[in-house]
Write a protein that binds this ligand. Sequence first.
Ligand code: GMT
Length: 378
Amino acid sequence: MNIGIVCYPTFGGSGVLATELGKALADKGHIIHFITYQQPVRLDAFHPNIFYHEVTVPTYPLFDFPPYESALSSTLVDVILNQNLDLLHVHYAIPHASSAYLANQILKKQGKNIPYITTLHGTDITLVGKDKMYESVVTFSINESDAITAVSENLRAETLHSFKIEKEIHVITNFVDIKRFSQSNKDHFRKMLAPNGEKILAHVSNFRKVKRVEDVIYTFDKVRKKIPCKLLMIGDGPERQTMEQLCRELGTCEDIRFLGKQEKLEEILSITDLFMLPSAYESFGLAALEAMACRVPVISSNAGGIPEINIHGVTGYLTEVGDIDAMAAYSLELLLDDVKLEEFKANALKQAEKFHINQIIPLYEALYEKVLVQAEVV
Ligand code: GMT
């Protein structure tokens, strides 16, 4: 198939997932066209089946807000016609679903039917999409999609609860490439970061409010009062400076490293003993899945779709959102018991294998085929 993928090209989960999907489909022989405003971060190597088309948004003195949505729709029309695409797969509803709808309508006038599939990722539904200023466009463009997918049962339920959806929402979960995300021997890193054999905790996110990064710092503060340990804070975003300030106030700076955005995440996860994900909401929690694939148990909140991957008492522990005492107690329970920690590490990998990329990609392929058959009938 000749597939166009639209996504946010940044380090966010939806862009990461869309890029990994495109790469996996290209490996299976499909031709993939990424149509984004920047080269996606995980699109890091040449592949003969992958093409990248940049959306540029011309500015003009009249524009306080350059019209990205229009530029995207026009670029889609151009790529669809010139590259003869079979279908579009757009990730994150705003504004990608409405841009796809517009491109679809423009092409219908020219006698070409280009079906589009919308994948809902989380905040496009639970936070931004619900906003009155977006809701009607989001509802309309989701309903006009030829197929809709959500990344967890929880997100499917949230979408049905918040929007009047007239079509089936297929749940196709996040996935992980276990060949890449697997524990490897990085003892030299461990010696550098934890020279005295300290346990290592880690958090990965885009440091937005919804991630409750402060809970990671407060929990760590409690844990380090009991045992020698280090915390690795990976990623970047609006809350980072406040978090660095919080570490200074708590006097924990010497044990916390802010590593910024990292491309070889699997190497850092390979030396991590515990992963922290205290989010106020998480449709799925791809960062936790990638950690689990590297044999890292997860201490998380029980928000959204997290309980669909992190199994309480098996692969880690779940707590109520904001329950720092419980997160610290569970962390200590694992870090102080090497036998239990080893058992949870093995369980984490076993659970991650259920979301193996090889099992999930065929679900998308089957959906594409179904949509193409439907499009021919219409
Ligand atoms: O929250 C993020 O990390 C970014 C966000 C995005 O849309 O880029 O991630 C969402 O999509 C991921 C991939 O499907 C999910 O694993 C994340 O749970 C989800 N984030 C939220 O729901 C807050």
